[in-house]
Design a protein around this ligand. Structure first.
Ligand SMILES: Cc1cc2nc3c(=O)[nH]c(=O)nc-3n(C[C@H](O)[C@H](O)[C@H](O)COP(=O)(O)O)c2cc1C
Length: 206
């Protein structure tokens, strides 16, 4: 089983990427999957969608071919999104435009982790992803999710930088979420293998 981790912040050295890489390390340490693929939007490596992608222009192969192949090979995802002005960053929304083909995200479970530097943020990106990123991609978000607030004080590799109470609680809850993601991923393999899943007839969701 392969799990893809998408780190949605455009910033270099973001808290979202820190937490995404922490989750990757836990997936490996707990032996919850065979392989982890981490993709970071730091520095905005993915151009904004344009119609050339629908026209099959070769330049889109250069921009995104390797990424789409890697995402296609994943059984499940962790989507880590910061809250930026109460929103999901545009680069992450763009990824959902680009990674929209059959077999890339469709009918694969995903855990949302939302990240806020403050004490009260992190809710809006969860609502936004649940409302607007699944319709055509057919990604399937777990009902469980993780909101990380005061992100600078948890999930640090230097344990002295962690607020021990928050870190211990969120670490335990992250492991629970990742264990659930694995169970969903196992079950969803059966759904994708059922022969019933195709985006040919109903390419776009209603
Ligand atoms: C452009 C921008 C807008 C932000 N807006 C919010 C916000 O609306 N709510 C919030 O809780 N934090 C906000 N933050 C702070 C982030 O939550 C904080 O940077 C956190 O570390 C997650 O972002 P990161 O993954 O880019 O580090 C904002 C940060 C940036 C760069």
């Amino acid at each position: 089983m392969k799990i893809g981790i998408i780190c949605g912040s455009h910033r270099d050295e973001s808290q979202s990427e820190k937490i995404g890489r922490y989750a990757a390390a836990q997936l490996e340490a707990q032996k919850l999957c065979d392989e982890v693929f981490v993709y970071s939007l730091a520095g905005s490596p993915l151009p904004f969608w344009d119609e050339g992608i629908w026209a099959g222009e070769a330049r889109w192969d250069d921009y995104a071919g390797d990424l789409l192949t890697a995402l296609k090979s994943c059984d499940a995802f962790v989507v880590v999104t910061p809250e930026w002005h109460g929103m999901v960053p545009s680069g992450l929304k763009n990824l959902f435009l680009v990674a929209n083909g059959d077999g890339i995200l469709a009918h694969k479970p995903a855990l949302i982790i939302s990240v806020s530097g403050g004490a009260g943020g992190g809710t809006y990106p969860i609502a936004e992803l649940r409302m607007s990123s699944y319709k055509n991609s057919r990604i399937c978000y777990l009902p469980e999710h993780l909101i990380v607030r005061n992100a600078g004080s948890v999930f640090n590799t230097d344990d002295d930088s962690n607020d021990q109470e928050s870190h211990t609680y969120l670490h335990g809850r992250l492991i629970y979420c990742l264990e659930m993601l694995r169970e969903y991923a196992l079950a969803f393999q059966g759904i994708r293998a059922s022969g019933k899943v195709t985006l040919e007839t109903y390419t776009n969701g209603m």
